[in-house]
Design a protein around this ligand. Sequence first.
Ligand code: CAA
Length: 387
Amino acid sequence: MNVGIDLIHFSTSDYYLGLDVFAEEKNIDVDKFYIGIGQEKMSIAPPDEDVVSLAAKAAAPILEQIDKDSITAILFATESGVDQSKSAGVFLHGLLNLSSRCRVVEFKHACYSGAAALQMATMMVRANPKEKVLVIAADIAKYDVDTSGEATQGCGAVAMLITESPRIIAIEPGSGYHTEDVMDFWRPNQRKTALVDGKYSTKVYLHSLKQAWQHFTEETGKTFSDINHFCYHIPFTKMAEKAHQTLAKVAGVKLTDEEFQAQTLPSQVYNRIVGNSYSASLFVGFCSLLDNLKENLSERRISFFSYGSGCVAEFFTGLMQPGYEKVLMTTSHTRQIEQREPLTYAQYLAFYHEVEDDVENIEFEVNNKGPYRLAGIRDHKRYYQAV
Ligand code: CAA
C-alpha cells in the first residue's frame, strides 16, 4: 500500500523585510546576505498573525477539496507554539470547524518536528488506511535584534494531507536518523526569541547529515544515484548547498556545476525569499521544487533531510506519483509571496520585537489581511477571527 502526501499547500505572512534594507540599517555589505548566506527577504508576521492563523491559511485550501469531516487526526508541528498546555492544533481545529471525531496533538523538536509528524502520520495510515491525517508544520522564526541569527528569520506554515494512494508523493519505508544532546540552538520557556551558537549549529547540522545518511544507506541499501532531487532543511539557502556538497563528498560522487544546481536550486526558490520557517522549511523547499522545476517529476525519487537543532535529524525518501502536477497549488503560493508588502526596518521592529503579547488583555490592530487572524487576548485566552 502506498502512503504519503495527497495534497500540500503552504502559507506565509503578508509582509517582508528585504535584506537590502536590513544591510543598509546595519551597515553591512548586502552580498553577505545575497551571496554569503543566500537569502534575499524574510517574511515578517504582524502581531495579529501567529502559527495558528498561518496554519489555517495553509490548511483551508486543502479542506475545500475534501470532506473535512473525514480528517481523523491533526498533528501540529511547531517550535513557536502559542500555549504551554493547549495544542496549537486544537485552536486550529476550532477555527476550521473540524469534526469532534478527530485527535489533535502538538509535536516539538525545533525544526525536526514537521518530519516527525509526517512520519507518524504515514505510520497511522499504514496501520489503518481509513485514517486521513492533517499534518501542519508552522513556525515564526525569531532571534534577538543584532545577533547573528537576525538575518535568518522568517515565517511560514505547510499543511499536508496524509492518506493511502496519495496523489503527490508516496513516502518510502526506511529512513536514517541521528540524535545527540547538544546545545546549538534552544529557547528557554521564558523567551520569545531563540538562542543560537550559529557557527557550531552549522557544524552539527552537517555532522548529523553524515550520520543520518550512513544509517539510511545501511537501512535501505539505496545510494546517492538512486535519488533524483534532494530537499534539505533550509535555515538559509547556503546551508542546503553546503549540505549537498557534503553529501556528494561522503557518497563519493563528483557532480558538475550543472548537475549540482539542477539537484538543489529549484527547492530553494521560495526559501530564499521567505526565510527560515523552522519545522516548515523542509516542506516549503519541497513545494518550491514542485512549483519551480520545469521537468516532470513522475516516478522520480525525492530525498528529505530534516535537521532540528538540539539535535534530531532524519533522512528519508519518497516516490513522486504520476499526475501529481494536476493537484499542485502553485498559483496560491506565488500569489501570496508576490503580494507581500515591504516593511521599513522600524516597521519590522514594531511588528516582530516590540509587541507585549504576553498580557491578560489585548486587542490587536488589523494588519493581517486574512483569511484568518489572531484578534486578541481576553482573560489570557486567545481569540481568532475568520476575515
Ligand atoms: N560577500 C559574499 N560573502 C560574504 C560576504 C560578502 N560581503 N561577507 C561574508 N560573506 C560570507 C562568509 O564568508 C560566510 O561564508 P561561509 O559560511 O561559506 O564561510 C557567510 O557569508 C556568512 O558569514 P559569517 O560566517 O561571517 O556570518 P555570521 O557569523 O554573521 O552568521 C550564521 C552566519 C552563524 C549561520 C548565522 O546566520 C546564524 O547564526 N544563523 C542562525 C543559526 C542557523 O541558521 N544555523 C543553521 C544550522 S542549525 C539549523 O538548521 C536549525 C535552524 O533552523 C536554526
